[in-house]
Design a binder for this molecule. Structure first.
Ligand SMILES: *[C@@H]1O[C@H](CO)[C@@H](O)[C@H](O)[C@H]1NC(C)=O
Length: 396
């Protein structure tokens, strides 16, 4: 057997000396304390090791997930950079607006201009459970992101961007037909036909929200709604260009009703009531007055010379739509205008509200005279239309 090396001998001596030192100075309590603390230390090391290994696992899982997501994105963008028309994202309407504005014509140009303008936003409960509306009723206003589904040029947008040729500049009502870059306006005719508006939240019930002050046409598909936050959404000191500062060029001088109007409206009410978001014919008349207190005629209608020398009979004309909303239908409006100046001295316009056909004139001085009301030929036949009764208790 080989003699122990000097190193090993030295170690043995050290250990012996240490043990001697311990046995001299150790009391039982210190010994117990040390044992306990050794046990704790080893437990701690065990936990540290297991924590580290699970963190490592998490990190590699996360890493794996991120890598997969990146690969997916890369694959998508690669195929899309060649086929831009195939760029799709998982977005589809979550609800549809049932609005007092039956047609685009007469739908206000801006939100909150017509405080009585009501709409019921009905969510698709298959896509969004009612629980997703919890808490919304506690906000006074909300943003609504929607699709300009009535754009006549919508189908062009399915084409490759190089072929869809959307108009970079659009006519602006305030500029009396002057043009502006589309992104300096809220024109519906934009590369992505998405609208943004704000409305007052009147009440929330099940999968429905009752809104007021809307500028949305009946049937508008809604992509999203978000609460309006005054502390961040309202910007103190925000400015707009001078062309928007002209004082109210679109307000009319006055709105008055013909003698028989109120009783004609009461007659219509018998049928309209079931599908109406209004409590009475009086309230509906209030809505008509508010809507017509803004000049809702299209640019070409407004620019038409009201030729007092013309002796022809009144021409009737289906109301055009607001300028921004009709930019691409311009040719049609200009055609109407040519027809009207041929056969009319004072044109009768029609506004379709709550399924009712309201006829009115507007004279030189900008006074609106509401003549008649009759059920519209395009009255909404949707049996599931929500009406005032559904909201009565919530509105009190
Ligand atoms: C509104 O009434 C006029 C006649 O007064 C008619 O020519 C027009 O087609 C009607 N519009 C609708 C949508 O009912």
């Amino acid at each position: 057997m080989a003699a122990p090396t000097s190193e090993a001998k030295w170690l043995r001596v050290t250990i012996a000396l240490s043990l001697a030192a311990i046995s001299v100075s150790t009391t039982i309590s210190v010994y117990l304390y040390k044992r306990k603390s050794r046990a704790l230390n080893s437990k701690l090391r065990e936990l540290e090791t297991s924590l580290k290994s699970s963190l490592d696992n998490c990190a590699s899982e996360r890493q794996g997930r991120i890598k997969a997501q990146q690969a997916l994105r890369k694959a998508l963008t690669q195929s899309n950079s060649e086929n831009l028309e195939l760029t799709t994202y998982p977005m589809a309407p979550i609800g549809v607006v049932q609005s007092c504005f039956s047609t685009r014509n007469g739908t206000p140009r801006q939100p909150l201009l017509v405080p009585l303008a009501r709409a019921c936003l009905v969510f698709n409960s298959g896509r969004v459970p009612s629980a997703s509306l919890e808490g919304l009723g506690e906000f006074s206003h909300c943003w609504i992101i929607y699709v300009f589904h009535l754009n006549t040029d919508l189908e062009k947008l399915w084409k490759h961007p190089s072929k869809s040729k959307f108009k970079a500049k659009v006519r602006v009502p305030r500029l009396k037909g002057g043009r502006m870059g589309v992104f300096a306006t809220r024109s519906p005719h934009r590369p992505c036909p998405i609208g943004l508006t704000v409305a007052k939240v009147e009440a929330v019930e099940g999968n429905m929200v009752l809104l007021s002050g809307v500028d949305l046409v009946d049937g508008t598909p809604v992509l999203d709604i978000k609460p309006y936050l005054p502390y961040s959404d309202s910007i103190q000191g925000a400015t707009v260009p001078n062309w928007l500062m002209m004082d109210n060029p679109l307000a009319v001088a006055s709105v008055s009703f013909s003698v028989g109007f109120t009783s004609a409206l009461a007659d219509c009410w018998i049928v309209a009531e079931k599908k109406s978001l209004y409590s009475s014919p009086d309230e509906l008349q209030g809505l008509i007055k508010q809507v017509l207190s803004w000049d809702i005629r299209s640019l070409s209608q407004r620019n038409r010379p009201h030729d007092s020398h013309s002796v022809s009979e009144f021409g009737e004309l289906s109301h055009g739509t607001s300028d921004l909303k009709e930019d691409h239908d311009e040719a049609a409006s200009e055609h109407d205008m040519a027809q009207d100046s041929l056969n009319s001295k004072e044109v009768i316009y029609h506004l379709i509200l709550e399924g009712l056909n309201v006829s009115y004139r507007i004279n030189y001085d900008g006074n609106v005279i509401v003549e008649k009301v009759a059920p519209s030929v395009t009255m909404n036949n949707n049996k599931n239309r929500c009406n005032y009764l559904a909201w009565r208790d919530k509105l009190r």
